[in-house]
Design a protein around this ligand. Structure first.
Ligand code: GLA
Length: 391
C-alpha cells in the first residue's frame, strides 16, 4: 500500500520537476486515546500515531524558490524564501508549507530552494491531525534538504508555531508532538508542560477503532478559542498559570467565593478530571488493565459532552452505538470535537464484527459518509530511505 503510494508520488515528482528526488519523508496523523483539551492547559494527553500519513519527495534547487505539487489537489504552488513569506488570501494547503519555511527562517536555518511533491491519506478536517502531519513532514523535508538535524520534539514545537503564528490556528502541542514523536506499537503519555514523553505499549488483546462520523467540524476555531479563554479565565481566577495546577477543591472554593461562574466551573472541572484520567489511563496500559482503561475513556466522553460541551449528536450517537456492541471496552470522541471521529477500545477477537455493526447501525440514523476502521499504532515521523522508496 505505502509502496504503491510512494511509487506514484515518485512518478509525479519526476513529471512535475524533471529531476530525481534526493529526500523522502513521512509523518503520520494521530488519534488521541484520552486527554482532550488538556494540552493548552499544560496537562497530559495519551495519543498514538495512526497508519495514515503524509509522504513527501524533495530535491534541492539552485535558487531561492520553493515549488510544491500536491497529489491530492493536483495543484502546484510556488513561493520565494524570504524573511516575510506572503500568505495566501484564504488559508490554503500551501500556507502550511509557507508557515514552516517562515518559522525555520526565523529560527536562523539557512533554507535552500527546493521542489516538493506531497501526498496524504489522513482524512481532512476529521480530527486526525492532517495539518500537523503535513507540517511535521514539511519541516523534516526542509531540514534534510539543507542537511540540518533537529530533535523530534523541537520539530513538533516549530510545527506548532507555524500553525499558531502563520496559519492562525491557536492549537496546543498535542497533534504535532504525536506526529513527530510517537513510536510503533505504543501509545504515548505526553506531559505538555515539560514535553516529557513516556511510551506505553498497546497489548495485542485490544484493537483501536476509529469511526469517522462524516460530520465535518463547523465553527471549530471560534468554539475552540472560546473554550481556551474559559480555561484561561478559570486559571487566572485561581491564581495559577494553567489549569494543570488547579484542584477540584480549589475550583469549588473559587465558585463559592464568587471568583468563577457556573459555566467556567463546569469547563474547568473537565480539565482537572481529564488530567487525572489521562495519567490513570497510562497506568492501566502498563498494568494491562483494559477494562479500567475503557471506563476512563467512557468518563472522558461524558465530561466532554456534558461539561466541556464539545460533542455533537453524531459523535454522541457513534459512541452510544459502539458501547452497545459486544467486545467494546470504551469509546469517546477524539480531537477538538464538534464533529470528526470517535475512538473505541475493542477486544481484538470481536473487532471485525464490531467494525461492521457500528457502521451499519450508524448509517441507519445518519445519512453521512461514515468510515470505520482499525488502526495500528504507527511510528512517528522520519525519513524513508530513497533506496527502499524508489526501487
Ligand atoms: C485539536 C488541537 C489540539 C488539542 C485538541 C483537543 O486537535 O489541535 O492541540 O487541543 O484539539 O484535545
Amino acid at each position: 500500500m505505502q509502496e504503491h503510494r510512494l511509487q506514484q508520488l515518485h512518478e509525479d515528482f519526476k513529471r512535475c520537476f524533471e529531476q530525481e528526488p534526493s529526500v523522502c519523508v513521512r509523518a503520520p496523523g494521530r488519534v488521541n486515546l484520552i486527554g482532550e483539551h488538556t494540552d493548552y492547559n499544560d496537562g497530559f494527553c495519551l495519543p498514538m500515531a495512526i497508519d495514515k500519513d503524509v509522504l513527501i519527495y524533495a530535491a534541492p534547487r539552485d535558487d531561492d524558490q520553493v515549488r510544491v505539487y500536491s497529489q491530492q489537489t493536483e495543484e502546484t504552488a510556488q513561493f520565494t524564501l524570504s524573511n516575510a513569506i506572503e500568505k495566501s488570501e484564504e488559508v490554503s494547503w500551501s500556507d502550511y508549507i509557507k508557515g514552516c519555511a517562515q518559522i525555520l527562517i526565523e529560527e536562523g536555518v539557512s533554507l535552500k530552494g527546493c521542489d516538493l511533491a506531497l501526498t496524504g491519506n489522513v482524512p481532512l478536517g476529521s480530527g486526525l491531525s492532517s495539518s500537523a502531519a503535513l507540517e511535521v513532514a514539511v519541516i523534516h523535508a526542509f531540514l534534510q534538504i539543507c542537511d540540518q538535524s533537529c530533535a523530534d520534539d523541537k520539530i513538533a514545537v516549530l510545527a506548532q508555531r507555524a500553525e499558531n503564528n502563520y496559519v492562525g490556528m491557536n492549537c496546543g502541542i498535542l497533534d504535532q508532538l504525536s506526529s513527530a514523536c510517537c513510536q510503533a506499537g505504543q501509545a504515548m503519555l505526553m506531559d505538555c508542560r515539560s514535553l516529557h514523553l513516556d511510551q506505553a505499549p498497546l497489548p495485542d488483546s485490544v484493537s483501536i477503532v476509529i469511526a469517522d462520523t462524516g460530520k465535518r467540524r463547523g465553527l471549530v476555531d471560534s468554539a475552540y478559542n472560546e473554550r481556551r479563554e474559559q480555561c484561561e479565565a478559570g486559571a487566572a481566577a485561581l491564581g495559577v498559570s494553567h489549569l494543570r495546577d488547579a484542584t477540584m477543591h480549589g475550583l469549588y472554593q473559587a465558585k463559592q467565593d464568587g471568583k468563577i461562574d457556573a459555566l467556567t466551573l463546569q469547563r474547568c472541572e473537565h480539565i482537572v478530571a481529564e488530567n487525572g484520567r489521562t495519567q490513570a489511563a497510562a497506568a492501566c496500559l502498563r498494568a494491562n488493565d483494559m477494562e479500567a482503561l475503557g471506563q476512563l475513556m467512557d468518563q472522558s466522553h461524558a465530561d466532554l459532552r456534558d461539561k466541556f460541551e464539545v460533542t455533537c449528536v453524531e459523535l454522541d450517537d457513534m459512541v452510544r452505538i459502539a458501547r452497545s456492541l459486544p467486545g467494546c471496552l470504551g469509546s469517546r470522541m477524539t480531537g477538538a470535537g464538534f464533529g470528526g471521529c470517535t475512538v473505541s477500545l475493542v477486544e481484538s477477537n470481536a473487532v471485525d464484527e464490531f467494525v461492521k455493526a457500528l457502521e451499519d447501525a450508524y448509517k441507519k440514523i445518519h445519512d453521512l459518509p461514515v468510515a470505520v476502521y482499525v488502526t495500528g499504532a504507527a511510528a512517528g515521523a522520519g525519513p524513508i530511505s530513497l533506496a527502499s522508496s524508489v526501487s
